[in-house]
Design a protein around this ligand. Structure first.
Ligand code: F6P
Length: 370
């Protein structure tokens, strides 16, 4: 029987949870008993560095540059314990209008004999995936991003591991903040979505949480800080999302840059806010940017488990020939949605039901929200 060849890649920012997903795609696709039961034969080829690998891997050249790596159960056996991605990643956009390489990708898929592609990524990687699906490529997606901002799924790989990092780092800051009676402004990632700041801040018990979905007033932040001190708090932890901004102001952008997909490179709001607080309240205020620490380290238990479920579900879709879909987690169930429906939309914090605009924190009524 001819083996169906599955190509698998990870694109965009790395995070914890990618390797468990890769492992479970390989394990499930190449499981002898399942193959016999399903009457199929699969082989899995890892593609290095996301879409860049599919632009560069030229089958006619014999893969001299090593863009492809055949995967089997022995190779991936321990991968679920490790963070990042063993396949490497990139923010290459084959549809970049300044250098459109999408034809090359389509040619290489054909030449390499890839019958199906598993693309593990966030908004940008899946945006490319959706366009390839429209061009007739047999593709399924697996959602990942620490930003948890993908439409169509309640979970994206990497999010809970990143939240764990936020909690661990804030726990560390508490002891030094308390010893010195300092305010610490902790800047989290998340782009235009407040999930990391909100759920990281809630988990860590932050005093103030500022998210991009609700523009904040600096005066109000200062009032809340002084109010906290009156209640004899020795220190305050303020979590601010990189995309948060003061009312009437703009997002803080690093080096004025944009990435290959046109996203602003955000960063710096934590430092700017710490300065404003210190000037206004005269309380010693420091800032910490958690930055890529949030994407690093081993996947937490939840990401290992979700990576497993998402990987298995991706193979289920391939077996059924149900292409053009993104594996998703909705209302407590693993399911899937059309990739085309996901592109161009974001899932953001619903301020009305999930954020307290008076205290700049998570909601204190939960059942009342229905
Ligand atoms: O999308 C994931 C993310 O970590 C964002 O939260 C952040 O703004 C961005 O990637 C950082 O990207 P880079 O690793 O290219 O600096």
């Amino acid at each position: 029987m001819k083996k169906t060849r599955i190509g698998i890649l990870t694109g965009g920012g790395d995070c914890a949870g990618l390797n468990p997903a890769i492992k479970w795609v390989v394990k499930t696709a190449t499981d002898d008993r399942l193959q016999a039961e399903r009457g199929v034969q699969y082989e899995v080829i890892g593609i290095r560095d996301g879409w860049r690998g599919l632009v560069r891997a030229d089958a006619s050249g014999g893969d001299a540059e090593g863009w492809l790596v055949p995967l089997d159960q022995a190779i991936v056996r321990t991968w679920d314990r490790f963070g990042g991605t063993m396949l490497g990643t990139s923010r290459t956009n084959p549809y970049d209008p300044r250098n459109d390489q999408s034809k090359k990708v389509l040619e290489n898929i054909e030449r390499l004999g890839l019958d199906a592609i598993v693309a593990i990524g966030g908004e940008d990687t899946l945006g490319v995936a959706a366009r390839l699906v429209r061009e007739g490529v047999n593709l399924v997606g697996i959602p990942k991003t620490i930003d948890k901002d993908l439409w169509g799924t309640d979970y994206t790989l990497g999010f809970e591991s990143a939240v764990n990092v936020i909690v661990e780092e804030i726990d560390r800051l508490r002891t030094t903040a308390g010893s010195h009676k300092r305010i610490f402004v902790v800047e989290t990632m998340g782009r235009t979505a407040g999930w990391l700041a909100l759920e990281g801040g809630e988990s860590a018990g932050a005093y103030i949480i500022l998210i991009p979905e609700h523009d904040f007033s600096v005066e109000k932040v200062n009032e809340l800080v002084l109010e906290g001190r009156k209640r004899e708090a020795r220190y305050e932890i303020i979590v601010v999302a990189e995309g948060a901004k003061p009312a009437g102001g703009l997002e803080t952008v690093r080096d004025g840059g944009v990435d290959a997909f046109g996203h602003k490179v955000l960063g710096g709001i934590g430092e700017a806010l710490a300065k404003e607080i210190m000037d206004a309240t005269k309380l010693e205020t420091r800032s910490v940017v958690l930055s890529h620490l949030q994407r690093g380290g081993a996947p937490c238990a939840y990401d290992r488990r979700m990576g497993r479920y998402f990987g298995i579900a991706a193979v289920d879709l391939i077996v059924r020939g149900d292409f053009g879909r993104l594996v998703s987690y909705r209302n407590g169930r693993i399911t899937s949605v059309p990739i085309g429906d996901v592109a161009g939309k974001l899932s953001l914090v619903d301020v009305k039901t999930q954020y307290d605009t008076e205290r700049y924190n998570g909601r204190r009524t939960i059942l009342a929200n229905g």
